[in-house]
Design a protein around this ligand. Sequence first.
Ligand code: ADP
Length: 249
Amino acid sequence: MADREIISFSDVTIGYGKTKILEELNFSVYENDFIGIVGPNGAGKSTLLKTLLGSLKPLRGVVKKESLIFGYVPQRDLVQPLLPYTVYDVVMMGRYSLLGLFNNPGKEDKRIVEESLDNAGICDLKNYHYSSLSGGQRQRTLIARALAVEPNILILDEPTNGMDTPSHYSLLALIERLHKEKQLTILLVSHLLSDVANYVQKILLMEKYFFQFGNISEILSEDNLRKTYSSEFSVSTYNGEFIITSKKR
Ligand code: ADP
């Protein structure tokens, strides 16, 4: 079966009012893609996501989308941890986003919340307060909340930021499993080139006013990275994994 195109950007300019952030964006997302969106702070990653989600109109061009359900996982530092919600409550919020606040969740909503907790590997944490969790556990809770909307496409904004190394890789393994086993289309925003190279299938590399989209080997070459970041990089492989480092000046 041919891959099904679910999103396409044709000659799109993104930005705010008169401020253009990126022009001539042309790319498509296909069902079950795993795409990394990479670039330094200020490159326009959030602006692109807002345009994709529809909360920001493109300044020019056309964004075509099928009727998709997006599961959005925000940066966890932006999620208020002070309120006394349990993990179960937070994940149920995903269902409330569909039900509206004044409808009570039914049996099916509860089943989906349990399933989402299970898929995120946090059934044992469901009665814990969100505020008492570690960074990795909070991130899994936010992933479970996004899964509770039963999305076709999961968008994760720098999910491993500030995590210790084991939690970092265990979270990437979870995301990879959701892609392979649940056939979810995944967009992963990150600024970690090695992570992206080792997990995703395609990459959208953004720099201020500059943008490239393609396969890992094509985009993440030393030559291309030098041109993009105006800095020297070393790209090598070890045991079949990419190692990408910035060279000392
Ligand atoms: P990233 O997510 O890659 O860090 P952003 O998309 O947040 O980048 O920002 C890209 C550029 O857009 C930055 O120069 C930022 O200052 C600018 N920007 C972000 N939000 C707004 C806004 N609401 N109005 C005008 N400019 C904005």
